[in-house]
Design a protein around this ligand. Structure first.
Ligand code: AHG
Ligand code: MN
Ligand code: MN
Ligand code: MN
Length: 335
C-alpha cells in the first residue's frame, strides 16, 4: 500500500496498491505519486482561496528559463519539494530551481517537476496544473545530472494535476492512463476513468496562432492545410482551441482527441520551442502513449530524446496518432 505522507483517498491508494501488486518494484514509485497527490490537494486549496485575488499572480524574480516567477509558482514548488523530501526521492529537477535539488542521498528515485504549469493563467481563473515524471535515480560522479540525461522511456510513472473546474489527477504507472477527480470534502482522489483511449483521428488542433509569422515550413504547411478544411488535402473541417496551459490542452486531447503543437519557430530563443523536455514533454509523452496517442518533436518520438540540460526545450506535437503521423509527413515533404 502506498505510504504517502498524506491520505490521498482509498480509490487512488487502491489503484496504486494494484499497480504495486502487479509490479512490486513500483512500491517506491507509488509512494512518490501519493506524496505528489497530497501536495496537489493543498495547492488546489491555495488556488481555490486566491485564484482571483491577485496575490498568487504577483510577479517575482526570473527563473532559469527566463520566466517571471509568480507567487503561486514558488508556493507550488515549495509544497511539492517538501512532500518529496519525505518520500524515497534522491533528486528533483524543478522548473523553479536552477540546478538539480539533492533531497535524500541514496534514495532510489528522481523526479522532474513543473510545479505550476500555465502560470500566465493565474489571477484570471483559468486552468493551471502541476506536471511530474518519476524515474530511477542514477549516481554518476562525472555527471551531476545523470538521473535526467536518460531518455523518457526510463520513466516509471508520469502525471499531471489540472486545477480547473475540477481538480483532476491524470496518471500512468506504465499500465494505461487513468483519471482521478478530487473530492474536496473528503480531500481524496476518486477514479473516474480507468483506461483512457485517445481516438486515432480527430478534427481539433491546438497551436498559438499568433506565432504564425515565425513558423517554419512544415508547420506552416500543416496548419494552412488544416485551415483549408474539407477543400484541402485533409478533407475535413477542423476546430481550434488554445488554452495557454499545457495541462489543460493535454487533458482535452486525452479525453476527446486532437493534436497539440508547440513547434520551434524563428523567434530568438525559440528554435526549440517553448516547452521543456524533462518536466513538460516527457511526462505528457508517457501519458499520451499509455492512452494510445503519440508524442513527437514533429519527427522524433519524445520518449527517445535525451536531455543535455535539465531546462532543455523541445518542440512538442502530441495527440491522435493519425494527426501526429500527418505532421511528420510535412517534415519530409511526404504530405
Ligand atoms: P509554465 O507556466 O510552466 O512556464 O508553462 C507555460 C507553457 C504551457 O503551459 C503553455 O502551453 C505555453 O506555455 C503557452 O505558451 P505561449 O504563452 O507562448 O502560448
Ligand atoms: Mn514558467
Ligand atoms: Mn509548464
Ligand atoms: Mn511552470
Amino acid at each position: 500500500m502506498a505510504d504517502g505522507s498524506l491520505e490521498v483517498g482509498a480509490h487512488l491508494d487502491a489503484c496504486l496498491a494494484r499497480a504495486v501488486s502487479h509490479n512490486p518494484a513500483l512500491q517506491d514509485t507509488a509512494a512518490v505519486v501519493a506524496a505528489i497527490a497530497g501536495a496537489a490537494i493543498t495547492i488546489s486549496e491555495v488556488i481555490g482561496r486566491g485564484a482571483l485575488g491577485g496575490d498568487l499572480a504577483a510577479a517575482g524574480s526570473q527563473n532559469s528559463d527566463g520566466d517571471v516567477q509568480k507567487a503561486l509558482d514558488v508556493i507550488a514548488h515549495q509544497r511539492v519539494t517538501e512532500a518529496l523530501q519525505a518520500a524515497p526521492v534522491a533528486e528533483v529537477a524543478s522548473e523553479e530551481a536552477d540546478d538539480v535539488m539533492r533531497l535524500n542521498p541514496g534514495a532510489p528515485l528522481a523526479v522532474a517537476i513543473d510545479p505550476l504549469d500555465g502560470s500566465s493563467n493565474i489571477g484570471v481563473n483559468m486552468a493551471v496544473g502541476t506536471i511530474f515524471g518519476i524515474r530511477p535515480a542514477v549516481q554518476d560522479a562525472g555527471n551531476p545530472i545523470a538521473s535526467f540525461t536518460t531518455p523518457g522511456t526510463v520513466q516509471l510513472a508520469a502525471g499531471f494535476v489540472t486545477y480547473g473546474p475540477a481538480t483532476a489527477l491524470v496518471l500512468t504507472l506504465g499500465e494505461g492512463t487513468q483519471v482521478y477527480v478530487l473530492d474536496r470534502a473528503e480531500r481524496a482522489f476518486r477514479l473516474t476513468h480507468a483506461a483512457l483511449d485517445v481516438p486515432a483521428a480527430a478534427k481539433e488542433y491546438a497551436i498559438n496562432a499568433s506565432n504564425a509569422r515565425h513558423w517554419e515550413g512544415p508547420i506552416k504547411a500543416f496548419i494552412e492545410d488544416c485551415l483549408r478544411g474539407a477543400e484541402g488535402p485533409r478533407d475535413k473541417d477542423y476546430n481550434m482551441r488554445w488554452l495557454g496551459s499545457l495541462v489543460a490542452d493535454a487533458q482535452r486531447v486525452l479525453m476527446r482527441g486532437g493534436v497539440f503543437l508547440y513547434p520551434g519557430d524563428q523567434r530568438k530563443g525559440y528554435a526549440q520551442g517553448r516547452l521543456r523536455l524533462l518536466y513538460e514533454a516527457a511526462p505528457i509523452a508517457m501519458l499520451m502513449e499509455q492512452a494510445g496517442a503519440g508524442a513527437t518533436d514533429g519527427e522524433r518520438r519524445i520518449l527517445d530524446i535525451e536531455a543535455a540540460g535539465i531546462h532543455e526545450r523541445v518542440p512538442l506535437v502530441f495527440g491522435s496518432t493519425e494527426e501526429v503521423a500527418c505532421v511528420a509527413k510535412y517534415y519530409d515533404g511526404r504530405n
